[in-house]
Design a protein around this ligand. Sequence first.
Ligand SMILES: [Mg+2]
Length: 187
Amino acid sequence: MNDKYVFLDRDGVINKDPGGWTEYSYVTSLDELKILPGSPEAIKKLTDAGFKVVIISNQQGIGKGYFTEEDLNKVTSEIIRRVDAAGGHIEKVYYCVHLADDNCNCRKPKPGLFYKAQEDLGVSDISGRYYIGDTERDIQAGQEADLRTILVLTGKNSREDAEAWEHRPDHICEDLLAAVDLVIDES
Ligand SMILES: [Mg+2]
């Protein structure tokens, strides 16, 4: 119950969002994985402060056939390795690999993956924890799961974009490090 968790989106938060500069606008291989400066160190800060870090990410490119589960696992392992090397720890990674048309309950903005994580991790209630993401879909998903939300500006969206959204984040931070500082300050 008192376990401290922080939920993170992946692309645009931990690594450079693949939109527009990779072949399929997905991270399909290690060549397309560009870890954002400071993000492993930010996760280390969370680890040091006693937070468990959980990644919640849509990877529809699998459903579209752009890459395989094996490709995805390689990318995940590399992210975990880089975070480990910085002294941080990622507790668990959850992906939705379905197509939007599949109408699953786990593709953000639906909150299914958060509930799966809650059950999996044996947390009685994740509400009030933070979800840090870079799109309105992330903010909406976090809100659906009754989480607090932070938008970081290292991904798809700007502060100006967010002002026009129906689903507004609780906070807007320049990058993951600034978001993490806020989360730790509040705890
Ligand atoms: Mg993202």
